[in-house]
Write a protein that binds this ligand. Structure first.
Ligand code: AP5
Length: 217
């Protein structure tokens, strides 16, 4: 099975939702740079204060900072049995740094799973997304409802709307995706690592398709 995985896709494509399903089913470590920054913001650490000034407006956190936190996390022992990188790399500088790091720590990337989704659907998903304040599980007010309104099915925590899930920040996030991140698809295609999936199918079907693919290799 392919176990060292990069999940790519625009904001709202379903990277976090899929990562949480794959993590449980295949015992992989989920490394989400977005979640790491949000935890640092919550804990009011110096990293959190720095990250907040970028994230709130939809901008990317500087490469050196982001590469540093991924380097620390990916080098930890629990990643030896497989990991899901969610939201990293997002720039060419990050992708090249990851190439070097992967060699250094003997954890080569097996596959890049890219989630395709059209912009209209991304906006619909992000504007209706609610996230658990405690465990980060994502929901949608119309299509992926929690059993009890406003309460997380997994841990019972309260659901809230991410502050960067507003129209203005989303425009900036989509701009960064198209300008900085989308070109990485060609980068990984040239390395023979890219596999595309249509994320317009429901989250359960998408999980089944990706799982089947990972297990078939
Ligand atoms: P991050 O948290 O990574 O945000 P993102 O990439 O914008 O992605 P999202 O979390 O918005 O979407 P997702 O694809 O995970 O979708 P989800 O599963 O939640 O990053 C946040 C910020 O941190 C960045 O803007 C940047 O500032 C900074 N940052 C992070 N990484 C960085 C880096 N490497 N470099 C620099 N800065 C960085 O799903 C969305 C909604 O759709 C949910 O409501 C869900 O219920 C629903 N849904 C999901 N899947 C499906 C499906 N298959 N069918 C129907 N509905 C679905």
């Amino acid at each position: 099975m392919l176990k060292n995985i990069i999940l790519m896709g625009p904001p709202g494509a379903g990277k976090g939702t899929l990562a949480k399903q794959l993590k449980v089913a295949h015992h992989l470590v989920h490394i989400s740079t977005g979640d790491m920054f949000r935890e640092a913001i919550k804990a009011e650490t110096p990293l959190g204060k720095l990250a907040q000034s970028y994230i709130a407006k939809g901008h990317l956190v500087p490469d050196d900072v982001t590469i540093g936190i991924v380097r620390d996390r990916l080098s930890q022992e629990d990643c030896a049995n497989g990991f899901l990188l969610d939201g990293f790399p997002r720039t060419l500088v990050q992708a090249e740094a990851l190439d070097k790091l992967a060699v250094e720590i003997h954890r080569p990337i097996d596959v890049v799973v890219n989630l395709d989704c059209d912009e209209k659907e991304l906006i619909r998903r992000i504007s209706g997304r609610r996230v658990c304040k405690n465990c980060g599980t994502p929901y949608h007010i119309n299509t992926m409802k929690s059993k009890i309104e406003g309460i997380c099915d997994v841990c019972g925590g309260p659901l809230f709307q991410r502050p960067d899930d507003n129209e203005e920040a989303l425009k900036v996030r989509l701009g960064h995706y198209n300008h900085d991140t989308k070109p990485l698809l060609d980068y990984y295609k040239a390395k023979g690592l890219l596999v595309n999936f249509n994320s317009l199918v429901g989250s359960e079907d998408l999980f089944d398709e990706v799982s089947l693919f990972l297990k078939s290799k």
